[in-house]
Ligand binder design. Structure first.
Ligand code: ASP
Length: 308
């Protein structure tokens, strides 16, 4: 198994081998954390979190992961305004400079493709923490960890992806990972204007994944094992009117949550706005807060893999 230097895309995972290694490592991290016996494998190492777009969970969980493993962090939480990019510095130059101070970089950027450019320039491991409407690979790794923890397996599951499939980078990263497991069935549920880009549906076909595209939420209610709801990505829209038109296309309320299969789970990368009513939080199927916590452990596993 060739070692990955950077994590830019989930398309770097050709099969489940490395994925399973990371999932097992994340489970061990979780168990060790509960006993307060985490390995201090990052001692003396520095992670730079370079964030050109807002974040709560991703940045905090990367920083918590690094610090809990004994390492330390340098953080630019508002790099779009606070870093030299405002002076016109290129991503490549910024990365070269940060390479001199940090042993790994987790970067979030507003431009799709920025992570690839950064990784090409980086001598230390570069982790894509979200690149515009492109990808969010570490979220997807955490999502697979959550599915496996909650449902015991990924094979054979029926997964409904709901909402903004056009701009939702978590979806763009999750689909290739789902495709690595046998007999996964995907339903892509979105308003017509927010359908999954064709390059990704083509990819699903090439990978032999069975999927349907529809705008009907009802399609998923009785079938889905995983209901993965997404926020309509307001920041990617050209106009507010366009956003307003589709923002409430789907709302998961208590009645819908109750109508799901007994063992189904509801996921969301968060932040959620109106698409999941707060009353759903009390339903045991609501896995999104557990999902956010799980991402801490997959990020520990990733740091350990890249730097350990
Ligand atoms: N937090 C996720 C992301 O950064 C999902 C979202 O923002 O809607 O992509």
């Amino acid at each position: 198994m060739e070692k990955l230097r950077h994590i830019v895309s989930t398309r770097q995972f050709a099969d489940t081998q490395l994925l399973e290694v990371l999932l097992d490592s994340a489970a061990k991290m979780e168990a060790a954390d509960k006993l307060r016996e985490l390995p201090q494998s990052m001692r003396g190492l520095i992670l730079a979190t370079l964030f050109y777009e807002p974040s709560t969970r991703t940045r905090f969980s990367f920083e918590a992961a690094m610090q809990k493993l004994g390492g330390s962090v340098l953080t630019a939480e508002n790099a779009r305004e606070s870093s030299s990019s405002t002076k016109g510095e290129s991503i490549t130059d910024t990365i070269r400079i940060v390479n001199g101070y940090a042993d790994a970089i987790a970067m979030r950027h507003y431009q799709e493709g920025a992570a690839k450019i950064a990784a090409e320039a980086s001598l230390v491991p570069l982790i894509n923490a979200g690149d515009g409407a492109g990808e969010h690979p570490t979220q997807a790794l955490g999502d697979i960890f959550t599915i496996r923890k909650e449902l015991g397996k990924v094979e054979g599951l029926k997964v409904a992806l709901i909402g903004d499939l056009l701009y939702g980078r978590t979806i763009h990263s999750l689909l290739p990972l789902l495709s690595l497991y046998k007999d996964v069935e995907v339903s892509l549920i979105s308003p017509p204007s927010l359908r999954l880009p064709e390059k990704y549906t083509r990819e699903l076909t090439e990978r032999g994944v069975s999927f349907v595209e529809t705008d009907r939420l009802a399609w998923a209610i009785e079938r889905a094992d995983v209901l993965y709801v997404t926020r309509v990505q307001r920041e990617r829209f050209a106009s507010d009117e366009e956003y307003e038109r589709v923002k409430d296309a789907y709302v998961i309320d208590a009645a819908i949550a109750d109508a799901l299969k007994k063992k189904a789970i509801i996921m969301h990368a968060l932040p959620r706005l109106g698409e999941i009513s707060p009353e759903v939080d009390a339903n045991y199927r609501a896995a999104y807060f557990r999902q956010a916590k799980n991402a801490l452990y997959i990020r520990m596993a990733l740091l350990d893999y890249l730097l350990g």
